[in-house]
Design a protein around this ligand. Structure first.
Ligand SMILES: [Zn+2]
Length: 234
């Protein structure tokens, strides 16, 4: 499995990941319904020699920095999110009155921050590869862009598939303009990552928490990847 397949070519500032706790007023319900697995190690440990905390944080920072650069060019008056928060425990971060659960990542509109379970992200980094982090952060950043554009959807699934499309557009366009470099295997990583976060087939499409099946999420992502934001109904 590829660990350092993506390389950000230029122009992305490093991001400091904080451990703050914000209280907002709403929750998008969370994402990434099927986490690859619970993590066994903190990102500060270098268990198998294939990653370091610096590599991991570097990828997170690159993914966020690249998303900010991308949407800054696409959306007039774009403002970056207030903060990107790494957390480890349920209840460590709240969005509104709801604790952000483990094994997840969310954009919290009320506090205008992205929060992700750092152990979940490290596990995904190890099992799927670094490309998954770009997808994960790209998807959450897309929710922040939706909020800035005032986009509301009647059904959760439309909002989620649009965010997958936007994540695909941000990654695909960044690759096309040379800011992000993909290696062989990275597209497979996106595919296995998307398979891992697809809804259970028993969840109806109109369910309040529905994100889409693995096929739908993959389709949305690659539509955006290939055709840019034009494919995303913004
Ligand atoms: Zn989402």
């Amino acid at each position: 499995m590829r660990r350092r397949a993506l390389a950000v070519v230029a122009g992305v500032a490093a991001l400091v990941i904080g451990g703050g706790c914000f209280v907002g007023a709403a929750d998008d319900g969370g994402d990434a319904a099927e986490p690859p697995a619970p993590a066994s190690a903190s990102p500060g440990e270098q268990e198998d020699g294939t990653m370091t905390a610096e590599e991991f944080q570097g990828d997170i920072g690159s993914a966020v920095g690249l998303a900010e650069e991308y949407w800054g060019e696409k959306v007039r008056g774009f403002r970056p999110v207030q903060e990107v928060i790494a957390y480890e425990r349920e209840g460590e971060v709240s969005c509104g009155n709801e604790a952000v659960p483990r094994n997840n990542a969310v954009y919290c509109p009320a506090g205008d921050f992205i929060a992700y379970d750092v152990n979940f992200a490290v596990a995904a980094f190890r099992q799927v590869g670094d490309a998954f982090l770009f997808y994960l952060l790209g998807h959450e950043y897309a929710h922040a862009v939706q909020a800035r554009l005032g986009i509301q959807s009647r059904f959760t699934i439309d909002h989620e598939l649009q965010a997958d499309c936007m994540a695909g557009a941000y990654i695909g366009d960044s690759v096309k303009d040379g800011r992000l470099k993909l290696d062989d295997g990275d597209l497979d990583e996106f595919q296995s990552g998307l398979l891992a976060v697809g809804d259970d087939p028993n969840i109806p499409w109109f369910a309040p928490g529905a994100h889409g099946t693995a096929e739908q999420r993959t389709q949305a992502f690659f539509d955006g990847y290939e055709k840019s934001v034009a494919a995303c109904d913004l």
